[in-house]
Design a protein around this ligand. Structure first.
Ligand SMILES: [Zn+2]
Length: 193
C-alpha cells in the first residue's frame, strides 16, 4: 500500500486499486485497514482530551463517487446552470469519479459531535483546531489547506484529512507544505513510508 499515493483530477486512481484494498469499519465508515487503526487511536486521544469528533465520510467506491457527481451536477443544472458551469462549480468541492481521495480509503471527513454533514467553518471549532494541532502525530494531514489551492486545485477543506504515515505527516505539517509539494521535494527519500 502506497500511503503517499497522489489522487486528484489529473491523477486518477490506478486501475484495479480497489482490488488490493483491505477495508475496516470505524464509526460506521470504511477505511483502509492501517488508516483505520491510526484513526481509532486519534479518536481515542481526542476523547481523552474532551474532544468528540464525528466521522462523516470515509471510503467511497468509484461507483458511489460517480453517483454523487451526477447528483450534484443535475442539482446545479436544475438551478439553471449549463453542464459546463455546473461541472466547474461542483468540481471545486467534489472530485471527479475515479479522482477522489475517498476512493483510496485513506481520507476522512470530520465534524463536531453529532454532525453528519461537512461544515466550512469546522476549522474555527475546538474539534477542528484540535485536529490541526494533533493529526500529524497519528499520521494524518489537513489535505487541502488554505493558501495552497493553486497547488492542490481544491478549495480549503477544513474537514478533510488524509492518512500519509507519521513521518511524512510530521514533516508536511512542520514545514507547512501540502502533499503535492512534499512529493515534489521528498519523494525519493520517503518512498518507503
Ligand atoms: Zn473529504
Amino acid at each position: 500500500m502506497d500511503y503517499l499515493i497522489l489522487v486528484n483530477n489529473l491523477e486518477p486512481l490506478p486501475a484495479g486499486y480497489s482490488d488490493g484494498l483491505t477495508l475496516r469499519e470505524v464509526r460506521g465508515k470504511l477505511f483502509e485497514s492501517v488508516t483505520a487503526t491510526h484513526l481509532e487511536k486519534l479518536l481515542t486521544a481526542a476523547e481523552n482530551e474532551g474532544i468528540y469528533l464525528s466521522v462523516i465520510s470515509g471510503y467511497r467506491s468509484e461507483d458511489y463517487q460517480q453517483m454523487l457527481w451526477e447528483k450534484e451536477i443535475s442539482a446545479e443544472m436544475g438551478r439553471g446552470l449549463s453542464y459546463k458551469e455546473a461541472a466547474a462549480k461542483v468540481g471545486k468541492t467534489l472530485a471527479l469519479p475515479g479522482c477522489s481521495e475517498h476512493s483510496t480509503g485513506l481520507a476522512a471527513d470530520f465534524g463536531v459531535r453529532g454532525s453528519d454533514d461537512i461544515d466550512p467553518r469546522f476549522n474555527r471549532t475546538a474539534e477542528g483546531r484540535w485536529l490541526c494541532r494533533n493529526c500529524a502525530e497519528f499520521g494524518f494531514i489537513l489535505r487541502y489547506p488554505p493558501m495552497k489551492e493553486h497547488i492542490t486545485g481544491i478549495d480549503h477543506e477544513p474537514w478533510h484529512f488524509r492518512y500519509v504515515g507519521h513521518e511524512a505527516a510530521e514533516l508536511m505539517t512542520r514545514s507547512g507544505i501540502c502533499l503535492e509539494e512534499f512529493l515534489h521535494f521528498y519523494s525519493d527519500k520517503y518512498t518507503s513510508c
